[in-house]
Design a protein around this ligand. Sequence first.
Ligand code: XLS
Ligand code: NI
Ligand code: NI
Length: 443
Amino acid sequence: MAYFETVNKIKYEGASSKNPLSFKYYNPEEVINGKTMEELLRFSVAYWHTFNADGSDPFGVGTAIRPWDRFTGLDQAKARVEAAFEFFGKLNVPFFAFHDVDIAPEGSTLKETNENQDVIVGMIKEYMKTSKTKLLWNTANMFTNPRYTHGAATSPNADVFAYSAAKVKKALEVAKELGSENYVFWGGREGYETLLNTNMQLEQDNLARFFHMAVDYAKEIGLNVPFLIEPKPKEPTKHQYDFDVATGIAFLQKYNLTDYFKFNIEANHATLAGHTFEHELHVARINGMLGSVDANQGDTLLGWDTDEFPTDLYTNTLAMYEILKNGGLGKGGLNFDAKVRRGSFEPEDLFHAHIAGMDAFAIGTKVANKLLEDKVLESFIEERYSSYTKGIGLEIVEGKTNFRELEAYALQLNEIKNQSGRTERLKAIINQYLLETLSSVTV
Ligand code: XLS
Ligand code: NI
Ligand code: NI
């Protein structure tokens, strides 16, 4: 049975197509820098936003009634799997991602919950045999159920720590069973509300203990995939422990976890942390820890995680610049951790939203690739730092000098000459590249 009857397989038709249900810029077969767009971008559909969310917000109930909502319990979960694979096939998307609770309902006991997981995981595995869509990552939801009110691995209650361990143990087994490419840890409620009742040191030590146990268990069951921390500075807690990439790196270093973890970087989390998306990608990249991406965007007028589909060409260009400089995302991908707006409640909107995001990233990729080919920013930056390639600068970077020598050098300097950083000129160049790329793909 079809859940998305009004939609046929989405094909690349080019920018002049008038068919709203077609790709205008994302051509999965087009080769950019030696890889097809499909291999390079590795798009993924987020189960929770696309098959579970209903548009409800703190002021109102859901607006989106989905075709699978006429079922309940396990029957609904099964209908969701059918709908999901119909959606993946029609969108022609290579990956998907889910939380444990997205795919199967929780039972009244942990045992029952695990049994529900087994039924649906078995069904997903069957569907995956005939589908090209693979699992980019899965994760355990340890924030929705009231038991996690004070956190999961950072809860003051050891029973919650144990329960959370059981959840992740199961999720790692599921990752293995479905051949997942990665495993994600988003902090959920791992953070705190007030120091008045918080032992931060114990909570962070416990979080590290939890991660080490996860690493050990993955080794034990032969699950050899990158573990990814997804930083977020706030929401739901006021202070999330995985604030941003830099904070995450310090944590991983302190607790000897850098060999096992990379980062899953979400655009809207970057902006909540007061950074740009490209800043977070850049910090991860220069530290060799760029794992995967939750592709979405926030709203400059709103201060929370609005999880919008990423349609901003400028941001996508600068993000793809980092990703291309990283040599791609390896086993990671661009996962649309994004939801349609409450007013876009028709099933067809789920396609329009993904098409918009995929096309916008395709454009960003083309612009970024051209910028890199022409070494626009690279040449400028190389020249800007050229004082470190000769003379005193070279001695500094080669560790061949010291404060005494540098003082002697400074004393004989008559004049210090700086050069302009040319910010506005560079921004104008980016605009030029954007417009040139757009006009070249439109004719
Ligand atoms: C929430 C997070 C979440 C993770 C997966 O803000 O983005 O959706 O991606 O738990
Ligand atoms: Ni996310
Ligand atoms: Ni988010």
